[in-house]
Write a protein that binds this ligand. Structure first.
Ligand code: ATP
Length: 240
């Protein structure tokens, strides 16, 4: 039990979610290392949602609302850290959640699926070995024919660079959440939210709730005025 008065209470609580996720068989051991890398960047970013992230969250909300077929890609870490928010986002924009893990394991995929359902997700897809994303060699190339393969916009938080790049090469728009603005994913994505997934998800959901009152032209205007490179540069400067 971490006392609430601990100066790093939120960070330690978040770390615990990953540890629990590994114990439940949702996250992998490698997920612990990815989380550690994230923690280091979060420390440098001040463990808060910075203005550049707020701008990216706004653009992401507009793009999710304009998408014809949005899909949310979920790996072990995101499922462990934000299951309720993933379910909410999915139900809010009618975007299926699609499970995709680095280390091949049907058992883990099924565990992630039932974990997400427990938190209220209605649409959870699993990859199908008969369908692949082009430009990718790892296990992560498999996809659902009803999900990512048909998507025009893919929300892929905490993604590895190869897959983000393959999705972009396949003509999809990619939104990511990544604490490391220097990662290949952060650099390649259409919209990069440089923030912790546990802080960014509730903000993205409330932006979508607000923006869905806007007409399409206003949403298009928000996207037109958004410059991902600029906010990436600001996030990199803030590390110093
Ligand atoms: P790339 O292949 O894109 O260069 P990588 O090899 O570091 O990056 P992974 O380890 O697969 O990629 O992905 C983990 C990424 O997610 C890292 O960039 C890490 O900083 C980030 N990350 C980890 N935990 C969180 C979190 N809680 N919120 C947001 N981002 C996170």
């Amino acid at each position: 039990m971490i006392p609430k008065s601990h100066p790093r209470y939120t960070s330690l609580r978040t770390r615990n979610l990953i540890v629990k996720g590994v114990k439940k068989g949702i996250a992998s051991m490698d997920g612990l290392i990815a989380h550690g890398r994230g923690e280091a960047f979060d420390y440098l970013l001040g463990e808060k949602t910075n203005e550049f992230a707020e701008e990216s969250i706004g653009a992401a909300a507009a793009l999710m609302l304009l998408a014809k077929k949005p899909v949310i890609s979920v790996n072990g870490n995101t499922a462990a850290l934000a299951p309720k928010e993933l379910a909410r986002l999915s139900n809010l924009v009618q975007a299926p959640l699609e499970v995709n893990v680095f280390h091949p394991s049907k058992k883990r995929e099924l565990k992630i699926k039932s974990h997400l359902k427990k938190y209220g997700a209605k649409m959870v897809l699993l990859p199908d070995k008969n369908y692949k994303i082009r430009f990718l060699e790892s296990n992560r190339k498999y996809a659902s024919p009803e999900g990512i393969l048909k998507a025009d916009v893919v929300f892929v938080p905490l993604e590895d660079g190869d897959r983000a790049e393959a999705l972009i090469k396949s003509g999809k728009k990619v939104i990511t959440v990544d604490l490391n603005p220097l990662s290949r994913t952060a650099q390649k994505a259409t919209i990069t939210i440089v923030d912790n997934i546990v802080r960014a998800m509730p903000l993205l959901i409330s932006s979508i709730r607000e923006y869905r009152k806007y007409d399409k032209n206003k949403l298009k205007e928000i996207l037109k005025n958004y410059d991902n490179k600029k906010f990436l540069e600001e996030s990199i400067s803030s590390l110093r």
